[in-house]
Ligand binder design. Structure first.
Ligand SMILES: C[S@@+](CC[C@H](N)C(=O)[O-])C[C@H]1O[C@@H](n2cnc3c(N)ncnc32)[C@H](O)[C@@H]1O
Length: 233
């Protein structure tokens, strides 16, 4: 392997990853680290997230993230886009207590979602309250934190138009419900980023998303980062 290969977060690549040294990227990434209180070493995934956000900002509409945790990616995006200058809302939806077992399927359980969730809470990776998350986002005015379990909270997103959607809940049914719910309000050309789509250990989510994509008549790109990417058509 070449000494400067990208080798982290389940991805080994010798391809160009100069974005990691680009000052606007590093500033955004470091804001994410500050939000999370740790570095997840997922630069390429954040690079894709920032690209999607920069693409979305050309369209009218608000931004939505389903599965926020401590706000790594969304804080990076808001830092990168100088969020409050845009005059849009960023809706941030999470239980802030990990997965809601009522919405786990047998497939989720078979793939160990319950155990992974318990481990992440134990390790402090998952937030278990929203106060610290709210403090992180207090830097920006145009943020709406929606606390509670998806799908119950989806109707609290009052945006008429949505330009960017990030789905990252590590369980299938709430993710499918979120994409299905927001689809009519997503602007044509809007990127939808699925954090766990091709991730090792989450195949049932891919199967569920593929079935929904088929119904919606759209194709999902499986990225080597483990993310899935689709464009609202
Ligand atoms: C991997 S984390 C999200 C990471 C985040 N996107 C980031 O940039 O750091 C997954 C989050 O999904 C949330 N979650 C899981 N099931 C949920 C549900 N049914 N409704 C709302 N949030 C949920 C968890 O509480 C957890 O914070």
């Amino acid at each position: 392997m070449q000494p400067d290969a990208y080798n982290q977060d389940g991805l080994i690549s010798v391809h160009n990853h100069e974005f990691m040294q680009e000052p606007r990227f590093t500033a955004a990434y470091q804001r994410g680290v500050a939000a999370a209180g740790q570095d997840y070493h997922w630069h390429w995934r954040v690079h894709i997230g920032l690209w999607a956000a920069q693409t979305a900002v050309r369209l009218p509409g608000d931004f939505v993230e389903c599965g926020v945790n401590r706000g790594f990616l969304s804080s990076s995006i808001m830092q990168r886009l100088d969020w409050d200058a845009l005059g849009r809302q960023f809706y941030l939806l999470d239980t802030f207590r990990g997965v809601d077992p009522r919405y786990l399927s047998d497939d989720d359980r078979r793939e160990g979602v319950v155990e992974k969730n318990a481990g992440w809470i134990e390790q402090g990776f998952y937030a278990t309250e929203s106060d610290s998350v709210r403090r992180n986002f207090a830097e920006w005015r145009n943020v709406t934190i929606v606390e509670g379990a998806i799908p119950e909270t989806l109707s609290r997103v009052t945006a008429a138009r949505i330009a960017f959607l990030h789905i990252d809940m590590n369980c299938a049914a709430p993710e499918v419900a979120a994409l299905e719910y927001f689809w009519p309000r997503l602007q044509v050309g809007a990127p939808v980023l699925l954090d766990d789509y091709a991730f090792h250990g989450y195949r049932h989510q891919k199967v569920a998303m593929d079935a929904l994509a088929e119904r919606l008549g759209v194709a999902i790109a499986s990225l080597p980062t483990g993310q899935g990417l689709l464009i609202r058509t």
